[in-house]
Write a protein that binds this ligand. Structure first.
Ligand code: TYM
Length: 334
């Protein structure tokens, strides 16, 4: 049986957070280690250009996120790792799909509405509106079966399915319809400083998120300042959103079940819980930090991984693009 194709990515638009790890990257590592899929994980630098950005920071963050993929346990012998803009088929397919996607589908997207409000009218670029089409191109180029993502990306995978379906109907069967997969818990980790908002690498305040490269002191400080509520018992109660979020983080970084966690903190207060949570998060990110610092000294290796990954991606994406060009009525280069 052909191996299932798994594909996903992170935008290098800030500091990679524990939310990105729990919602997305943890699933990638698991899938990769199960060994029964073909895996494509990439750093989506073109997506990071859709809101105002600094080119120097984009370059730095693209390398940083690539190294964090490796530091989190992605293995280039089991997963193809590459940078999105190193595979020009992504932008070329985006144009073809643009011409076959009703604009009305795009201005309905939740993330578009939220981000356009945040950046202000004069900064709403065509790219921001078009972001889901680029994402559809990313996914459809590799005949992807499964897209492991956090909850906020579900809608973008859904529109990729619709774009595929529409293209297949108009020009003949070309694309596979992908499916989004969420983790069993932690598909939406909330901000430490506001349980109504998701944890976000592009947040203005560093107290919103845990960065995977935060120092132990930072982690203790951020968790000690995290918002809680007036209740006393440490229990998984969805109505106590701030506590529920911290408990979900605890569960995700330790792998311990709900009941055991509740028993562990029976009769104890927030101070003790937060201190233990911070210790557990520090323990969890320590090996990632360590590996990252090693990789920083070994940039040639990182470059080589990304070069090999892009070569393989160009091959596979190029084949799909060739088929699409023909279906869409474009003549092969002379
Ligand atoms: P991005 O960079 O915003 O987020 C990367 C991944 O992390 C997940 N995530 C979260 N999960 C749980 N809790 C949170 N607070 C949290 N914040 C982020 C996201 O759901 C995502 O899985 N456009 C995408 C990247 C992308 C992509 C793709 C993904 C581009 N092309 C193709 C899959 C397939 C993005 O900007 O994700």
């Amino acid at each position: 049986m052909a191996k299932k194709r798994v594909l996903s990515g992170v935008a290098p638009s800030g500091n990679l957070t524990l939310g990105n790890y729990i919602g997305a990257i943890s699933q990638w590592v698991k899938k990769q280690d199960e060994g029964d899929s073909e895996n494509w994980f990439f750093v989506v630098d073109l997506h990071a250009m859709t809101v105002p950005y600094d080119p120097k920071v984009l370059k730095e963050k693209t390398i940083e996120v690539s190294m964090l993929y490796l530091a989190c346990g992605l293995d280039p012998d089991k997963s193809n790792l590459f940078i999105q803009s190193h595979v020009p088929a992504h932008t070329e397919l985006t144009w073809i799909l643009n011409c076959n996607t009703p604009v009305g589908w795009l201005n309905q997207m939740i993330q578009y509405k939220e981000k356009s409000k945040k950046v202000g009218d004069e900064n709403v670029s065509v790219g921001l509106l078009d972001y889901p089409v680029l994402q559809a191109a990313d996914i459809l180029l590799y005949n992807t079966d499964l897209v492991p993502v956090g909850e906020d990306q579900r809608q973008h995978v859904e529109i990729a399915r619709e774009i595929a379906r529409r293209f297949n109907r108009l020009y003949g069967n070309t694309f596979k319809e992908p499916k989004a997969v969420n983790p069993p818990q932690g598909a939406r980790i909330m901000a430490l400083d506001n349980p109504e908002e998701k944890m976000s690498k592009s947040a203005e305040s560093k107290y919103n998120y845990i960065w995977l490269l935060d120092t132990p002191d930072d982690i203790h400080l951020k968790i000690s300042k995290a918002v809680t509520d007036s209740g006393k018992e440490i229990v998984f109660d969805k109505d106590r959103k701030a506590l529920f979020n911290l408990l979900t983080i605890y569960q995700s970084v330790t792998g311990v079940g709900e009941q055991v966690i509740e028993e562990r903190f029976d009769g104890k207060g927030y101070a003790e819980f937060k201190k233990d949570l911070a210790d557990k998060v520090v323990e969890f990110v320590a090996p990632i930090r360590e590996k990252y610092l090693e990789l920083e000294k070994n940039y040639d290796y990182v470059r080589d991984v990304l070069k090999r990954g892009a070569a393989k991606a160009n091959e596979v994406a190029g084949e799909t693009l060739k088929k699409v060009r023909t279906r869409a009525g474009l003549i092969d280069p002379m």
